[in-house]
Ligand binder design. Structure first.
Ligand code: HEM
Length: 362
């Protein structure tokens, strides 16, 4: 899909590690290795500041790779799932899980900064934090959090998020980007990621979020793929009971500000549960002869693997935060660990997890 072998371009400087990878061929060097200078006067507040900046930058590079892996037009994971190329999609999802696991390990490097050392340079970051990472938000949106009311409240404020679909929100963020490009500041009243990006003039970040909101998400693609998988008819009473449970759970979650999933109607959600449970049932009974059904089951497993790796990432970040700064408020303006705990319930594919309540033993 869509790749051509690269040919050396005539008249171009020969490729060296320095110019292709490091981008350090200018004088003075302005590429990758020149980007870890401390902020402000360029004076390091503490030797560990280099480690702190480098780790954040590697995360940003991984976020970039992951968003591209999901949203690439013709051969991203979403496009591959929609084209029925499940084996390639599963391989890419396992790559996303592996990258996420590498990021999780990177938090254990941050933990080697002692609490006292961190306090020496922590304030340099204020009033920002990882909360403001547009690429992290694009990754969450592309993976599936485009319809969670509790999530969207953080993204653009409860007022803007109320009742708006991802398309409308994408346009709203596009207008915010236009304001920034025209040199105007934020008029948004509520504290949110979009407001923070407007305040700091990050039009590029806003454009990325606009794109991630407009594109079909991994969650949508997963549910579509599962619904295409073969499954016998479900007993009407079973479907009715599941639809009722799902609807009640979503209403309760929305009322308490917990994550909820408005991607499908309760009836469609019940159908997804039935299809996923049927795939596992058929696998257990060794009936999965049809290659496409096997590939769908593998895709579901790869989705859950990616989702699980991301939940682990969130958990390890909180533990690292508690170890380094305790339960103090964050530099980015949130309550700190208490806020981060509220993000632990985010799931990219809630129905793939709920289906596990209905899988039967061999
Ligand atoms: C000592 C190191 C760190 C501490 C104490 C810390 C602390 C925090 C806190 C308190 C928050 C909540 C938002 C706020 O600031 O009010 C936060 C959010 C976040 N941090 Fe960190 N962090 C650290 C390192 C990192 C690193 C290395 C990354 C990698 C990019 C990172 C990524 C994030 C992200 C993505 C969020 C947003 C999470 C969400 O809203 O779901 N953090 N961090």
């Amino acid at each position: 899909m869509g790749t051509v072998p690269a040919k050396p371009r005539r008249g171009r400087a020969p490729t060296h590690y320095q110019n292709y990878i490091l981008r350090e061929d200018e004088h003075p060097p302005s590429g990758l290795l020149g980007l870890q200078t401390p902020y402000g006067e360029g004076v390091q507040a503490h030797p560990d500041e280099l480690l702190f900046i480098a780790i954040h930058q590697t995360f940003e590079l991984w976020f970039k790779v992951m968003v591209d892996e999901i949203l690439r037009k013709s051969d991203g994971v979403v496009a591959r799932i929609d084209a029925g190329a499940y084996a390639e999609a599963s391989r890419a999802l396992r790559r996303l899980a592996k990258i996420t696991n590498v990021m999780r390990e990177q938090y254990s490097i941050v933990e080697t900064i002692s609490p006292t050392d961190f306090l020496v340079f922590r304030d340099v970051l204020r009033p920002s934090s990882g909360y403001d990472s547009a690429q992290f938000r694009a990754l969450e949106l592309a993976s599936g959090l485009r319809r969670d009311a509790s999530y969207l409240k953080h993204l653009c404020g409860a007022k803007a998020a109320a009742g708006a679909d991802p398309g409308a929100l994408s346009k709203m963020v596009g207008r915010a980007a236009l304001e920034v490009e025209a040199g105007r500041g934020s008029k948004l009243a509520e504290y949110s990621v979009v407001k923070k990006l407007m305040t700091t003039g990050d039009a590029r970040g806003l454009r990325l979020i606009e794109r991630a909101l407009a594109a079909p998400s991994l969650r949508d693609a997963a549910y579509r793929a599962v619904q295409k998988a073969p499954a016998g008819p479900a007993p009407a009473a079973w479907l009715k009971a599941r639809a009722k449970e799902w609807s009640r759970a979503q209403l309760q979650a929305a009322a308490s500000g917990a994550p909820s999933d408005a991607a499908l109607s309760p009836r469609e959600a019940a159908q997804v549960l039935h299809h996923v449970a049927s795939l596992y049932r058929a696998a257990t009974a060794r009936e999965l002869r049809e290659p496409s059904a096997r590939a769908t089951l593998d895709l579901v497993e790869a989705m859950v693997e990616y989702d699980e790796s991301f939940r682990n990432l969130r958990m390890i970040h909180i533990n690292m935060v508690l170890r380094v700064i305790g339960a103090r408020p964050g530099t980015g303006g949130s309550a700190g660990a208490p806020y981060l705990r509220t993000t632990l319930d985010y799931e990219f594919f809630p129905l793939l997890w709920r289906a596990r309540d209905h899988i039967e033993g061999a």
